[in-house]
Write a new protein. Structure first.
Length: 623
């Protein structure tokens, strides 16, 4: 009997009745071999087809109705643990896997008991039980060393790497990942290599080694696609989105994160979908779509709390506070920061605590409490002193300089801000480079050193234009610019102080949400949109287009009903209409997010703005 083939049929069967029928002619003596085949079949494919796990579990339960075999009971608990993991139920995952290990040990199956602990490490890490997870992983490695199981030892090292990476211990993570990578290469396991290379790339991205990160992401994505690993492909796309976000490539980040989120929705993995929603909120916040980001954080923070994903919840609440600051919801910002700090302390994550201090410094600056901001910035720098997170170190350093500037300690501020700018350029951090240039411009403008002020403001403006240009839709470009007008306005003030009216006008014109020079881009973008037609007709976008049509029809109905409604109905109809309007805006953003060609169109737009921005005929325009 081909147990592997039978296991595949049982997993593919759509009903309990169909599975029972397939089991009718299987003798009890073969149940154990079939149980292992079921475990092996789902185990090879759970990262590509998580639904297989549930079907494997249901079949094993049917076998247990026919026998009381302890080993089959252990296998059933093992598969139940993996099923709970795919559904984001971490506590249940640990309980099932511990029961499986206990039964295996009772029947002297030490090797199988050790194997159950691989998935347990993931659940322990997600729940923030790091010391317990490390102890579990190291003990399991000792047992497996006796059996020479390179595959399972590699999986454990990979999971230990994931575990320490959650605490920003990136150099330790690299060591674990490289050891796991050597093992997977030795046995030529493509699936595990893909996951390990994604993790290595994440580590190098956190270390700001973007070239090496790109190399491993490319390798991982090629392997995942070749092996049909839908979950891993979605993870890599999310990672690529975060890498682009780190580098200020916002259009590219938007596209990858939206593609990843759609995959998780299709795969029905609630914990991964929640994390994907968090990443979408993060990019929306970077684009200054604060209302939209606030709405997502409000929902996703509670969802992550329900799923007991402590590290992700901490990140969500910290960024939730950023959105609240932008919307001037000070008390909400303080509440979220308090919760985030408590979670990061529980995680023993010093970088996370520093991020909270950075947000507190930004909040203090927004309220003009500059001494308090300076204190928070110094606390963040202290927490980050031994960290490998260069981005947060630079952010704290910039805030330190900005606080000093506002306290009129200009000499110290100038040194810090110049240093921040140079290091931001070196570390490929254009957003921070722009912020440092704007601060330096303000510093020199206050001294009436207009030449130096102009130079710094112009550099800041050019950086903003470069960052804005590749964004795929006008809404994103307009929102992104809304909180970055300071260098434009200050540059215009410099020109006005020097009686250079035309230059001041052109600078302000550039800063408008839709400038005259950008209208010249419409034809270029129409041509690019034709090239994007193939992408926009993808199955996901067709589904969104149908949803959009349905929502518009509903909205039209509510509007038409309003025209003839009685007084008691009007308030309810208005609420429903507003709800549809918001849903339409959300769907439109999802469609726009994945349009390709953004970088090319953006480059054209930036070049056109640069080449025409200074050559508008002002007299002709005045006429």
């Amino acid at each position: 009997m081909d147990f592997q083939e039978l296991a595949e049929k049982l997993i593919r069967a759509k009903t309990k009745t169909a599975r029972k029928k397939l089991l009718e002619n299987v003798p009890e003596v073969d149940f154990l071999k079939l149980a292992y085949a079921l475990k092996d079949t789902y185990y090879r494919s759970w990262s590509a087809e998580p639904d297989k796990v549930e079907n494997a579990l249901n079949t094993l339960k049917l076998l247990l109705e026919k026998t009381s075999d302890d080993e089959i009971s252990a296998l059933t608990e093992w598969v139940a643990g993996i099923y709970s993991l795919t559904k984001g139920k971490m506590e249940a995952t640990i309980e099932h896997l511990d029961r499986a290990a206990g039964i295996f040990n009772q029947i002297n199956k030490e090797y199988e008991a050790a194997n159950t602990q691989v998935a347990k490490l993931i659940a322990l890490a997600m729940l923030g039980r790091y010391e317990q997870a490390i102890e579990c992983g190291e003990n399991t490695l000792e047992i497996l060393e006796k059996f020479g199981d390179e595959l399972t030892m590699g999986k454990i090292e990979k999971n230990l790497g994931n575990l320490v990476a959650r605490r920003e211990l990136n150099w330790d993570a690299e060591k674990y990942y490289l050891s796991a990578h050597r093992r997977f290469r030795k046995i030529e396991n493509i699936e595990e290599l893909a996951m390990c290379e994604n993790s290595l790339a994440n580590t190098y991205a956190e270390l700001n080694d973007f070239r090496r990160a790109e190399k491993f992401y490319d390798q991982a994505l090629a392997k995942a696609r070749k092996a049909g690993m839908a979950v891993t492909e979605a993870e890599i796309e999310a990672s690529l989105g975060n890498l682009a976000l780190f580098r200020g490539r916002l259009g590219e980040a938007l596209r990858f994160l939206e593609l990843s989120r759609r995959k998780y929705e299709t795969l029905k993995m609630p914990h991964q979908t929640a994390i994907a929603d968090l990443e979408i909120a993060d990019i929306y916040l970077e684009l200054n779509l604060a209302e939209e980001a606030f709405s997502i954080y409000k929902k996703v923070a509670d969802e992550l709390s329900r799923l007991k994903l402590q590290g992700e919840e901490a990140r969500a609440r910290a960024n939730f506070s950023r959105a609240a600051v932008v919307l001037q919801k000070t008390e909400a910002a303080k509440r979220q920061l308090k919760k985030a700090e408590k979670l990061y302390i529980s995680e023993k994550n010093e970088v996370g605590r520093a991020i909270v201090k950075i947000m507190q410094a930004k909040l203090a600056i927004s309220q003009k409490n500059y001494r308090e901001a300076l204190n928070f910035a110094k606390q963040a720098e202290k927490l980050l002193a031994d960290s490998s997170n260069f981005r947060q170190q630079l952010t704290a350093q910039w805030l330190h300089g900005e606080a000093l500037r506002n306290l009129n300690k200009n000499a110290k501020a100038e040194d810090l801000l110049e240093k921040t700018f140079a290091e931001a350029v070196q570390q490929e951090q254009p957003v921070l480079a722009q912020a440092a240039q704007t601060s330096l411009g303000k510093l020199f403008a206050a001294r009436k050193n207009y030449r130096k002020a102009e130079n710094h403001f112009k550099k800041a403006v050019n950086t903003i234009e470069t960052l804005r240009a590749p964004l795929p839709a006008e809404e994103f470009r307009m929102a992104f610019l809304a909180d970055k007008l300071a260098p434009f306005e200050n540059l215009a003030k410099v020109y006005l102080a020097e009686n250079k009216t035309e230059k001041a006008f052109l600078t302000i014109e550039k800063a408008r949400a839709r400038s005259l020079t950008e209208t010249l881009q419409s034809l270029e973008e129409e041509n690019q949109n034709l090239e994007n037609e193939k992408l926009e007709n993808s199955p996901q976008n067709k589904e969104l287009a149908e949803k959009l049509l349905s929502l518009r029809e509903e909205l039209n109905w509510f509007y038409s009903r309003l025209n003839r409604a009685d007084e008691p109905e009007i308030a309810g109809l208005h609420r429903e209409a507003k709800k549809r309007e918001k849903q339409i805006a959300d769907v439109m953003r999802q469609i726009e997010s994945v349009k390709s060609g953004g970088a090319e169109v953006g480059a054209n737009r930036a070049n056109l703005s640069e080449s025409t921005g200074g050559s508008i005929n002002l007299k002709q325009l005045q006429q």
